[in-house]
Write a protein that binds this ligand. Structure first.
Ligand SMILES: [Zn+2]
Length: 340
């Protein structure tokens, strides 16, 4: 076998299917998403170079005689398409054909620019992104080497190599997705690497699907809503709301979230007074840059706590987070006291 650590590809397939079934059960419909898995982020540069240097006349000819089975694979809504070094050229041709139909144009230059603008450059520029939701092409991209890196980080961060998990339990997991809160994970303690992989892939996929569910205009509103939805949907999808331990984690999270918004107030004060050293300012701004994500997850914790002992209706949650801004969330986090 190859570098398929923790059976990552299988887990992506399974999680994708599970999340699809979950959303169906919850009554949330997302119109057509094609899932693309990019084996490595290095392929972005290769694709970029390919687009810039491909012989246009040759491409036009190839698009006219394109293989029907490739078309089927590339436009499929149910299966996933894996992009590797070996089939990068094939993917590019298929994608061009697909966009040609979607946008009803033969202008290869325009289509090339769309691939660069919507797909290649955003994923390339945001080096931390494990995924990208591309509404213009009805796709979700997942970047496999970045996933692997972050999964390894979680294993280290939570010291999963050295702690002993005794039988079935719910544990709070810190992940690169958040500096503030933990996310509950159900494990039987037999194969924590696999559980963490499933955990992380599930969260990333639900985040990207969250983007497709909310579709907002401003980037911070968009990330706020997608993060809130991802957090709640993950917990609901794996039915973790039935465990006491989940609520314990949620309560601790809310306390951390309250501390987090306090730092906003303190920072604001010091900026006004003008006594914050330049070096410190840079650091704090760096930490707070992730605010729309952190606040989304914090707000999700409040929704879960508020709905304790009630049936959480995800459709209502979608409506709620769609209409809130990160600033609304700050006000609510300050005001909210966790249930006892
Ligand atoms: Zn996002």
């Amino acid at each position: 076998m190859t570098t398929n650590k923790y059976g990552l590809e299988d887990i992506i397939r399974r999680s994708y299917k599970e999340s699809k079934e979950y959303l169906k059960r919850a009554g949330i419909e997302i119109k057509g998403i094609r899932l693309r898995v990019l084996e490595s982020s290095d392929l972005l540069q290769e694709l970029y170079d390919m687009i810039k240097t491909y012989d246009i006349d040759k491409l036009k000819q190839e698009l006219n005689t394109i293989d029907k089975s490739l078309l089927e694979q590339i436009s499929n809504y149910d299966d996933i398409y894996i992009i590797s070094k070996e089939n990068l050229r094939e993917f590019y041709r298929g994608e061009m054909y697909l966009l040609k139909q979607m946008y009803n144009t033969d202008d290869t230059k325009e289509l090339n620019n769309k691939i660069l603008k919507y797909i290649v450059l955003p994923i390339k520029e945001n080096e931390h992104a494990d995924g990208s939701s591309v509404s213009q092409t009805e796709e979700i991209y997942i970047i496999k080497d970045r996933l692997k890196k972050h999964i390894d980080e979680i294993l280290k961060l939570n010291r999963f190599d050295s702690i002993n998990i005794n039988g079935s339990s719910i544990i709070g997991v810190k992940s690169p997705l958040s500096a503030v809160i933990s996310t509950p994970l159900y494990t039987e303690g037999k194969n924590i690497e696999e559980d963490v992989t499933k955990f992380y892939v599930g969260n990333v996929l639900l985040h990207e699907k969250g983007h497709r569910i909310v579709g907002r205009k401003k980037w911070d509103d968009e990330e706020f809503s997608a993060s809130a939805l991802q957090y709640i949907m993950y917990i609901d999808m794996y039915d973790l709301l039935k465990y006491q331990e989940t609520y314990k984690i949620i309560k601790e999270n809310i306390i951390e979230c309250k501390k987090y918004v306090e730092t906003f107030a303190l920072l604001g004060y010091h900026i006004v007074i003008g006594d914050l050293p330049e070096s410190k300012l840079k650091y704090v701004v760096g930490v707070l840059k992730e605010a729309p994500y952190e606040l989304g997850e914090c707000y999700a914790n409040i929704i879960i706590d508020r709905n304790r002992n009630k049936n959480l209706n995800i459709k209502n949650v979608v409506e709620e987070v769609k209409n809130l801004s990160p600033l609304d969330a700050i006000k609510e986090i300050i005001r909210y006291e966790p249930k006892r």
